[in-house]
Structures are given as structure tokens and as C-alpha cells.
Design a protein around this ligand. Structure first.
Ligand code: TYM
Length: 328
């Protein structure tokens, strides 16, 4: 069976290297291995209030980053979730299949709603829409970071439940979580995920950060008390996180990185780390600047939405038919 990959990054904050390492970088590699659908889940972004102007800008920026990072729009559909109405429609159908109890156990919902008044109902039903995103395209594989694992398990459960009730309609997808870089942690605190929503800007590196800023942020990154560049999440989480980032950006294995820095202190390690990141981001930033305001980007998104809708509408129709919704 040919592999079908689907994934997306929310336009809810500026893209940082966590999303690049955990997701976007994988997307680029996977285009060689099967059919790909890479989208921008803007309907998921609005489960928390967004400034309209910023949301619009960030959506465009993300699409430009997809292309700048190396996704070939000629070969793969790149599209906005809100441009394909089937997502919202199948999202509703998946809500009818999801149980209140299992949705209540989603750790992302618990984290995002903790201590907040007036959380949107959509933040709660978010994973049902995510299941719809995946199932609409018959995705066999979903490349994501570690934090999406539970959502993927729920997607598998919902697909299986639906298939058992109404007959085989959906492909049950496999999550694809990398060994290195599945969970990039904050530079200020290795116990919390690198996140665009962290108020401390030194905790993350944005894809658009300038070289000077990247060097400054890495020089401030927390390390551990002993001085060796050694990979051990138990006793040296901060350095292990930096080693993973180095490994991904340099293409060196973890062992090779340790060897490379044997007998050297953290100062040198952080300097080289900043340089490999700067070097890798430079061509992406240049390409991004060429595309982000171009009309070509609009054409790519329009074409992507048309291609995606063809596949999505067919699955939606089968699902409705299987459930007994009257089709004309
Ligand atoms: P989002 O937008 O929070 O993150 C996008 C992708 O980046 C990964 N990621 C990370 N990986 C490693 N380290 C980090 N610090 C890090 N931060 C983010 C995430 O795991 C994710 O793969 N619900 C999804 C978006 C979504 C989706 C989908 C994904 C909606 N529908 C269907 C796949 C398939 C989300 O909020 O990701």
C-alpha cells in the first residue's frame, strides 16, 4: 500500500525550532516516501482567541515556511484547513463518535484550560476535529512530536469505533514520532516543552530569529552543574536537549556529537551549536522572504485546497452514507 502522510502546524504563534524539529523537518523528508498532505490547522488555532490580523499573517507565514523548508508544492498539497469545509463537517461527525469521558482525559485540554475561566467549547472538542483532519485523507502515517501522541491514539480509537459500527470507512493511522527531537525542551527550563506560548522569549529559537539573537539565546541556555557534553536525560536534561538540537541541525548522531565535544566545556559547545543552527536556518529564511508576500503563495494555497477537497469530499460522503445520512 502506498503511504499517505498528513500533518499540520497551528498558526497560533511564531514557528520555533521545536515545531521545525518535531514536525516540519520530517514533512520535508517524507515527500520522498509517499503521498503527502500538509495543511495549516487554522480552525484549531481559533479554539483560543486570536488577533484577526495576526492570525492572517501567521497563516501566510507558516505556508511560506512549509515551502521554504523544502516541501515541494508541485508534488504535495499545501492548504489551509478552513479552505476545505469537509474538515468542519467531519469534525462534527467525529464529535458524535467521541465520548465525553475520553475527551476529558486529554492532557492537552487539561493543560490549556487549567486555571482559566471561559474556555471555549471548541478547545474541548479539538481532538475530534484533529481526528477528522487525519481520517479525511486516509492518512496511513501522521508525523508529529511527542505531545500529539494522545490525540493520535484517540484518532485511532474513533476510526476503529466508527468502522466497527458502520462498516470499514476510515484508514486507522499510525503516529510517526522520531527518536531524536520528538520533544524539544525550553532553553531556560528542560522540564517544559519549547513553546511559542512561553512568555520568556529566550526559551525558544524562532525560525525567523536573526543570527545575533540565536547566538545570544544559546549562550544564555541553561546547562548542568558538571562540565561534560554528555547525553543523559536523567541527570543532564538541559545538555541532552542541546545535544539533540545539535544532532538534528548538524546531521551527526548523538554519539558523534558527544565525541566531537569530548574534553570541551559548554562555552565552545554552545558556540558551535548556535553556528549550525544559524547555517541551517539561513537558506530557509531567505527563501521564506522571497515567498511570503508573493502571489505564487496564493496560487499554491488555492491549488492545494482544490486537490485536498477532492479527496476529503469523497471520504466525507462515504462516512455520511455509512451512517445513514440521506444523500442526494
Ligand atoms: P502544534 O501546532 O502545537 O505543533 C505542530 C507540530 O510540532 C510539534 N512540536 C514539537 N515537537 C518537538 N518539540 C517541541 N517543542 C514541539 N512543539 C511542537 C507538535 O508535536 C506537532 O507535531 N494539534 C496539532 C495540530 C494538528 C494536527 C492535525 C497535527 C491539527 N490537526 C492533524 C497532525 C495531524 C498541534 O497543535 O500541533
Amino acid at each position: 500500500m502506498t503511504k499517505r502522510f498528513l500533518s499540520g502546524i497551528k498558526p497560533s504563534g511564531d514557528l520555533n525550532i521545536g515545531g521545525y524539529i518535531g514536525a516540519l523537518r520530517q514533512f520535508v523528508q517524507l515527500q520522498e516516501e509517499g503521498e503527502c498532505f500538509f495543511f495549516i490547522p487554522d480552525l484549531h488555532a481559533i479554539t483560543v482567541a486570536q488577533d484577526p490580523k495576526e492570525l492572517r499573517e501567521r497563516s501566510r507565514q507558516l505556508a511560506a515556511f512549509y515551502i521554504a523548508a523544502g516541501i515541494d508544492p508541485e508534488r504535495n498539497a499545501i492548504f489551509m484547513q478552513s479552505h476545505v469545509p469537509a474538515h468542519a463537517e467531519l469534525g462534527w461527525i467525529m464529535e458524535t463518535q467521541a465520548h465525553f469521558g475520553e475527551m476529558s482525559r486529554m492532557t492537552q485540554f487539561k493543560d490549556k484550560s487549567a486555571g482559566k475561566d471561559n474556555v471555549s467549547a471548541a478547545l474541548f472538542t479539538y481532538p475530534a476535529l484533529m481526528a477528522a483532519d487525519i481520517l479525511l485523507y486516509g492518512a496511513t502515517h501522521v508525523p508529529v512530536g511527542d505531545d500529539q501522541k494522545q490525540h493520535l491514539e484517540l484518532t485511532r480509537d474513533l476510526a476503529t469505533r466508527f468502522n466497527n459500527r458502520y462498516g470499514k470507512t476510515f484508514v486507522v493511522p499510525e503516529p510517526m514520532i522520531q527518536e531524536v527531537g520528538a520533544r524539544v525542551m525550553g532553553l531556560d527550563d528542560p522540564s517544559s516543552k519549547m513553546s511559542k506560548s512561553n512568555p520568556n522569549a529566550s526559551s525558544y529559537i524562532l525560525l525567523l530569529d536573526e543570527p545575533k539573537l540565536i547566538r545570544k539565546k544559546f549562550s544564555r541556555a541553561v546547562t548542568d552543574s558538571d562540565m561534560s557534553v554528555r547525553y543523559d536525560w536523567e541527570t543532564k536534561p538541559a545538555v541532552s536537549n542541546l545535544i539533540e538540537i545539535f544532532s538534528v541541525f548538524s546531521g551527526m548522531g548523538i554519539g558523534e556529537v558527544e565525541k566531537h565535544f569530548e574534553g570541551q566545556g559548554y562555552g565552545n559547545f554552545k558556540k558551535e551549536l548556535a553556528e549550525v543552527v544559524v547555517e541551517k536556518l539561513d537558506p530557509i529564511q531567505q527563501k521564506y522572504a522571497e515567498i511570503v508576500h508573493s502571489e505564487e503563495l496564493d496560487r499554491i494555497l488555492r491549488r492545494g485546497a482544490e486537490q485536498a477537497a477532492q479527496v476529503a469530499n469523497e471520504t466525507l460522503r462515504s462516512a455520511k452514507d455509512a451512517m445513514g445520512l440521506l444523500l442526494l
